[in-house]
Every structure is written in C-alpha cells, then in structure tokens.
Design a protein around this ligand. Structure first.
Ligand code: 9MG
Length: 282
C-alpha cells in the first residue's frame, strides 16, 4: 500500500514517482521585523503577496511563524503571537497551498486548527503541557523537531556523545508519546533541528545521516537549513549572502533522504531541485 504524509486538506506521497520531487515549504515570517513598517495591515498585505509569490515559484506548503526562533530570541506573549499569526492564516486560507503554523504554544495550535491549519510545526517537539492534547483530535500534519535547550540558551554549549543517535532517540520518544495519545503515524514527520542546540560539526553530521534518521524512525524527514549559521560557517558569508550555500544544503538534504525542505528562497531552490532531479532521476 502506498504511504502518504497526511496534512489536513492535503496528502503528500512518500513513495512512488510523485514522491521523487521534494515538498518545498516556503517560510513566511509574520514578525514585526519582517514587515517594511511594522503596521499590521501592511504586514497582512505583504504576507499575502509573499505567499502568492512563493506558490507561483513552486512552494506546496507555507510555514507561518509569529515568533522568531533565532538563537537568543525572546519568547513572544501568547496574545501577541495570536495577533500576528491568525490574520495571516485566515487570509491565506483562500490559496491552494498547505498551511503550516510554526508554534510551540498549545493555545496557538488550537486556534490555528480551528482556522484550518494543515500542519503544526513545533520546534519544541510538542513537549509543552497541553501540546499533544491540542493536536490529537485533528487531522493536521505534525512536524516534531529536535532542539537541545531553548532558543534563548541553545547555542551556549551544545553537547552530545553521539549527536545522530541522540537526536533519533529523542524523536523516537516523541513519536511514541504521540502515537500513545492516539495520533496516527501518517500525520507525523520528523526534523533534526539544524542550528537548534548544535555546533557546526553536529549539524553536518546530522545532514550526512538524514537517511539513517528517516530509516530508523520510518518517517518522512523535514530539513531546514536556509540561511543558517551552518551555511555561513562553511562559506564565510553573512546571512544576506547565503543563497547559493542554502541551495547546496537543500540539494544535499534531498540527496540524503529529506522529503520536505524548509526554505526562504523558493524560486532559486525549486530551479536547482528541478535541474538536479532531471539529472539524477530516470
Ligand atoms: C521554525 N523553524 C526554524 N528553523 C526550523 C527548522 O530547521 N525546522 C523546523 N521544522 N522549523 C524551523
């Protein structure tokens, strides 16, 4: 029987010819620093036109985030996160694209699901009290990400004995907790959490072993490396000059078995993936 990742209104094949091209998840930040003037109306217009552009460019999923997850970023109060995310989610519901909401807060998860979110992407792996309960009775997709410590502290001194084994063990435990709560495996994808409590060496060890993560957990893998410091560490480039490096990382992730890539630069990434696909798949 063919396997799919089930995400609300959408279903993404995991095997067969349609699974050969990766799902491209476009990043849509609805934080004030991502709008030209910080105004909410302009922010919403910008979110809509940016989402439409990403869809034209080939994104089949959009990840809406109202809280910055960069190292050292402060957490955003619940009311403010809802004010940022919900108008964008309602506005984007008219578009033919799977809508993911990037949040760790159970209350935001619940509201997002009422509004029709197709996926919840939790960098905290649904560990907050009430997070599992918030998503268990829906049919949305769930991205479980690994993170050591918190965004405020995670890059201070990341430590592992065997980073790949420890990330797999963590993700496996979270999958177990979710399935024990009655959540179908078909709704789950896993993510090693590049840059979330990892050194450059940890990140590249995980990138090289994405296939092992996929195979040991028998679940689709999402990889997000776009513009991150692991790209800057290898290229020596500042964040605004990491396009080529980020595309290289996305291609490597897919070559190593990622099913979904989370990216800022959808058009360039999709072009690169199309050429790589034509050159490698018969
Ligand atoms: C929100 N966010 C930022 N980076 C991410 C990553 O690598 N994976 C996922 N799932 N979400 C991320």
């Amino acid at each position: 029987m063919s396997k799919n990742l089930h995400c609300g209104r959408f279903s993404f094949p995991l095997d067969g010819p349609d699974a050969r091209f990766p799902v491209v998840m476009g990043i849509l930040n609805v934080t004030p620093d991502s709008f030209s003037d910080g105004g909410r109306y302009q922010g919403l217009e910008f979110a809509m036109s940016h989402a439409e552009e990403m869809i034209r460019d080939g994104a089949t999923m959009i990840d809406i985030g109202g809280e910055s997850t960069r190292p050292g970023s402060p957490s955003v109060p619940l009311g403010e996160e809802l004010r940022r995310v919900m108008p964008a989610l309602y506005a984007l519901k008219t578009l033919d694209v799977a809508l993911s909401v990037d949040t760790c807060k159970p209350e935001v998860m619940r509201e997002a699901l009422i509004a029709g979110a197709d996926m919840i992407n939790d960098i905290n792996g649904f560990r907050a009290p009430g997070a599992l309960e918030a998503v268990q009775d829906s049919d949305c997709g769930l991205c479980i990400m690994h993170m050591q410590a918190t965004p405020q502290t995670m890059q201070q001194a990341p430590q592992y004995t065997d980073v790949v084994a420890e990330v797999i063990a963590f993700l496996g435990e979270r999958v177990q907790a979710m399935t024990a709560a009655g959540i179908a495996r078909e709704r789950i994808c896993v993510d090693p959490g590049f840059g979330f409590g990892k050194t450059v060496e940890h990140n590249y060890a995980l990138l090289r072993q994405l296939g092992r993560i996929r195979d040991e957990l028998d679940l689709p893998v999402l990889a997000g490396m776009s513009r991150k410091s692991m790209i800057g560490a290898v290229t020596g480039r500042p964040v605004e000059q990491r396009l080529a490096g980020s595309i290289g990382a996305a291609l490597a992730a897919v070559a190593h078995g990622a099913r979904i890539v989370r990216v800022h630069d959808v058009a360039d990434t999709v072009d690169a993936l199309k050429v790589w696909h034509a050159a490698t798949i018969d």
